[in-house]
Design a protein around this ligand. Structure first.
Ligand SMILES: Nc1ncnc2c1ncn2[C@@H]1O[C@H](COP(=O)(O)OP(=O)(O)OP(=O)(O)O)[C@@H](O)[C@H]1O
Length: 668
């Protein structure tokens, strides 16, 4: 019985010829290579002399190949090819492993975002302002004087966002403890009336509930101009009412401002003199640190306007200081609180230690990390859209478990806005802009650039081109605040026709009836675009937005427009004949600009020691010789505008805390 078999070398078997074995292998290889080639070369791309790619059918190539190659050559090449393909295969295997030190970057795949439930399921409001909402005169839940004050603001009917939010905010704040009002996020298009949507319920709440003067509402804004604008709205709303609002302003003497906020009684107590504070981050922190008796612990409403801006300002730590001031532990800021925790947040007077947070923006961030900055409590999102596609998406999403993509109405622009773009060469941008303004007879326009330098130069060139026909001014953060305010005022009342500015003005600024917004420089972010174009078509008025783009920017512009789900952006053509006719004027204007800039450069070099002058002041000085010309130049290029400006206002604030303690008035 054979348990196992051992194969031994058998001399009787004929030895296979090693040569014929090699030939067989070679044949096999050749076949394989041919098959592979046939599969690969369905079409073969060759380049001609002019490097234009041409598609040549496979048959033709094979024919050509067979003419050139004899059999020997072919087999030789194929052997080489087989070797190289082997090497390639081996290489491919090696590529499966990460080689340390090798630099190989693969483009990361975009990750689709899954929205949290509250972002994916917003309450959708209409964005069309042409349909009149509820008449203010019929709003029984609003105080009569407040209604009159609304009329002085020319508000007769509510806009959709106001119609929804005013009663909603009032109602949730009427519910008894332990009911805690949800925090609110509002993403509504520019000019849709968000300011009144939070201002009216706050004033009404104070009318109904105010017992003594305490800081009950804090309105936070990113820039001073915006804060001023909102403060004006509150001032008008509070007219003839026992509700006090105050703008905290870094341009006011700090000690004086302290006296406007609080007073010290004869028994050493501090009383608030205001109910509503409107502020920017820096000034609020100054008061939190230096104003004795500045107490925000009775705060009921915290409004963050332009909330996405506040979220992206990582260095902006006002919120952190505010929470510290309120003495709220981190764990109590959580979204899910036990009943006991909730009760621990209730103060003796029956109100909550944490104010209701109301976040407003036209481009609200949906980045979870950013949103978490504000530790929102059971947030509720309100958005506006009339876009049918958006609404269908919304219905579909409701049926899905995982809600993906951007939330509905994220980038809604006003229905009254008409958007255009125009294509021109980089060098010709000022001339194209001039031609567009002239040919379309635009008389009130805002023009956005990406840098202060561009604003400075463009305002000069445009004014040279228009001469006395139009007044062009520049508005940038380099200018002292008083000049900025004056410029805005002049622009508002029509004394200035065109304002050239940077994005410092893009957010929230409300100038009535701007005809056109021009993006002279391509905006880098969709958010910037939305805020820029939102300076026109406000409050239900018609408006036009034009973006000037260079040929190589078209694809970026298209991509940006797609992100915002816009289909109606049309091309507007500039009059090339007009441009040609004015080419000489343009060249002259540029010559003058070069001269002015040369003087500027010289002046900069001359001032080597620190002079206490701001860059703006230096800029003004260099243009002095230009004033002797008969040309009109933008005010920002004249020296007299800055003569009366205090050079460093911050000096006034030194030792303010000590001064305050000494100077605080004693109430009788
Ligand atoms: N109900 C209303 N009726 C008429 N005009 C209104 C009404 N509500 C607001 N307005 C006006 O509409 C303009 C835009 O309002 P507002 O500045 O509040 O817009 P916004 O939504 O805050 O815009 P942005 O996002 O650009 O800051 C203002 O001039 C305001 O006075």
């Amino acid at each position: 019985m054979d348990l196992f078999v051992i194969n031994r070398y058998d001399e009787s078997k004929p030895e296979i010829d090693s040569k014929s074995r090699e030939e067989k292998i070679l044949e096999k290889l050749q076949k394989k290579i041919k098959n592979k080639k046939l599969k690969k070369d369905d079409s073969f791309i060759i380049e001609d002399k002019n490097s234009i790619k041409e598609e040549v059918p496979i048959e033709k190539i094979n024919e050509e190949k067979s003419e050139i190659k004899d059999e020997e050559n072919v087999s030789q090449m194929e052997i080489e090819n087989s070797e190289s393909s082997k090497i390639k295969e081996e290489m491919h295997e090696v590529e499966q492993f990460t080689v340390l030190g090798e630099q190989k970057f693969e483009e990361p795949q975009a990750i689709e975002m899954i929205l949290p439930y509250w972002l994916a399921n917003p309450e959708i409001l209409k964005s069309d302002l042409s349909v009149p909402g509820k008449a203010v005169s019929e709003l029984n839940y609003i105080n009569e004087i407040l209604r009159k004050n609304l009329c002085t603001l020319k508000v007769k009917n509510l806009f959709p966002v106001q119609e929804k939010l005013i009663p909603w905010i009032l109602n949730v704040n009427k519910k008894p403890i332990p009911f805690r009002p949800k925090d609110v996020c509002v993403s509504a298009s520019t000019g849709s009336g968000k300011t009144l949507a939070y201002a009216v319920p706050i004033v009404q709440h104070l009318i109904e509930n105010k017992v003594e003067c305490k800081i009950t509402a804090l309105i936070m804004l990113p820039v001073f101009e915006l804060a001023t604008q909102v403060a004006q709205v509150f001032e008008k709303l509070c007219n003839n009412l026992k509700v006090r609002s105050l703008l905290l302003s870094k341009h006011r003497d700090f000690v004086n401002e302290q006296h406007l906020v609080i007073e010290k009684t004869s028994d050493g107590k501090f009383n608030s003199k205001v109910d509503i504070i409107i502020s920017t981050g820096g000034r609020l922190v100054e008061h939190l640190f230096y104003t004795e008796g500045f107490d925000l612990r009775s705060l009921k409403f915290l409004v963050v306007d332009e909330a996405d801006h506040a979220m992206s300002q990582v260095h902006n730590d006002w919120y952190h200081h505010l929470i510290q001031h309120l003495g709220i532990k981190d764990e109590l800021q959580s979204n899910r609180l036990s009943y006991r925790d909730l009760i621990s947040l209730v103060k003796d007077d029956g109100s909550f230690k944490i104010p209701q947070k109301l976040l407003f923006s036209a481009t609200l961030s949906q980045d979870p990390e950013k949103i978490s900055t504000f530790n929102l409590f059971q947030p509720k999102l309100f958005t506006t859209t009339d876009n049918k596609e958006d609404l269908i998406k919304y219905q579909e999403r409701k049926l899905q478990e995982n809600q993906r993509g951007a939330f509905i109405g994220k980038y809604t622009t006003p229905a009254e806005l008409k958007e255009f773009y125009t294509i021109t060469e980089y060098k010709l941008k000022p001339l194209t802009l001039y031609a567009l303004i002239k040919k379309n007879n635009w008389r009130k326009f805002l023009c956005f650039t990406n840098t202060i330098e561009t604003s400075h130069r463009l305002s000069f060139v445009l004014q040279m081109l228009f001469g006395k026909e139009l007044a062009i001014e520049e508005l940038s953060s380099l200018l002292p605040v008083k000049i900025r305010q004056r410029m805005l005022q002049k622009f508002s009342n029509g004394e200035v026709n065109g304002l050239i500015c940077t994005d410092a003005l893009a957010r929230g600024i409300d100038v009535p009836k701007v005809d056109v917004v021009i993006s002279y420089d391509f905006p880098k972010l969709i958010k910037t675009y939305i805020h820029r174009v939102g300076r026109t078509a406000r409050g239900g008025n018609q408006g036009i937005a034009v973006t000037i783009i260079a040929p190589d920017q078209i694809k970026y512009f298209e991509r940006m427009i797609q992100t915002a789900n816009k289909q109606k952006v049309q091309e507007i053509k500039s009059d090339r004949v007009f441009e040609e006719e004015n080419a000489l004027n343009f060249a002259n204007a540029q010559k003058k600009l070069r001269k002015a800039l040369e003087i500027e450069e010289k002046e900069r070099k001359n001032v080597s020691k620190p002079t206490g002058l701001s860059l703006f002041e230096k800029l003004q000085k260099q243009v002095k010789p230009i004033e002797t010309n008969t040309d009109i130049v933008p005010e920002s290029w004249k020296i007299e505008n800055i003569k009366n400006e205090p050079i460093n206002q911050k000096k006034n604030f030194k030792m303010k805390d000590k001064k305050f303690k000494k100077n605080v008035s004693v109430a009788n």
